[in-house]
Design a protein around this ligand. Sequence first.
Ligand code: GUN
Ligand code: ZN
Length: 451
Amino acid sequence: MGRVASVLPEPQVKPPRPLAAFRGSVLHFLSDPADGGASAVDFHPDGMLVVRDGRVAECGPADALVGKLPAGVPVTDYGGKLILPGFIDTHCHYAQTDIIASHGEQLLAWLEKYAFPAERRFADPTHAAEVAEFFCDELLQNGTTTALAFATVHPTSVDALFAAAARRRMRLIAGKVLMDRNCPEFLRDAPDGGYAASRTLIERWHGRERLLYAVTPRFAPTSTRLQMTVAGRLYAEHAGVYLQSHVAENEAEGAWVAELYPEARSYLDVYARYALLGPRTVFAHCIWLDDADRARMAAAGAAASFCPTSNLFLGSGLFDLERAHAMGLRVGIGTDVGGGTSFSLLQTLNEAYKVLQLRGQNLTGERAFYLATLGGARSLYLDAHIGNFETGKEADFVVLDPHATPLLARRMAHATTLGERLFAFMMLGDDRAVAATHVLGEPYRRPTLRG
Ligand code: GUN
Ligand code: ZN
């Protein structure tokens, strides 16, 4: 797929097998444990997942399913390990991979000093292809099988990311950044050019294989009113496309938005004024919102992406999960790489727990893993396809090893409940705990780099 990428090592993804089975502890969620209690959790300590043509055929206790398997069906033994739906990252920037862990700034200065110069390099398709391949491998290595990602302002950066995801048969949503003011000249587009380029990309990628397009105005300060209008048109004109942006991340950013858009009631209201709130719209951060904003997002069907590692790293603030939930807002988890500090949803849940502690809120292991799986799928309106192991869903899954590190094994030996085990995974685990990641039932093997 493209001359540039063909010089990179080929990812190892086999086509789905007609029938395959996986035995281990199997866990998935049927609803939010905060609403559904115990009935939200479907757990089979000795369980089996049966996959037909890349989709879930059956999920249940192994002793009930093993006898029903036709002779000769391969059974992969994940005994002692935990099989979960693939993790869903609802907010990240692939072009910021190389500036993850950049020291010393809060949002606006961090953008100028680190993010914009890094994104500039994506004018070069060779660079974009190389980073896109690494990024998709890193997602899968961490058990993340679906992501909603920002590319850069360069259309070829979107091509590179979708091509890398398609090679791995991943579900991925992404889009070209729209940004026509308050940014360096070298990253600036224009309302008409951004509109035309986005349209072309939608026609090329939206709905192709497992890929979907997101209209991507970076955030209100970097778009003129005309470009905000154009983003609304793109979102309205194309059935099923997404819209992703940032809102209410940082207090200085909020004050700047109030200066730029004095007519708006709130930062969120800016997006509402340009018809950018609705189903399949996802806003990262959502920290400095009030309940009127939350209610408005919820009523529109918009989702919040909770990005705790980024919010702590950039000193942005503390997301209020309790208020979001009380107002009926959809919430998923985002790494926000590279403002966020880890590709691991486990590490992201670790920091989510700590953010909520500082708010006097209490995130259980069950709720955390719900947010990273079905909660993410619901935020992305993909729960008919992914997020749990209901029959017919796409069989993306992650296998976690409770003995992956000496410390994890030691802590697990003292964990007596499922909730305790999940909590140990999220507090002590990272990509070392990911024994395998399966896409459409098939294990993904990262290509070994030459030289
Ligand atoms: N707001 C606008 N752009 C960005 C970005 O790249 N990262 C974060 N964390 N916030 C943003
Ligand atoms: Zn972001």
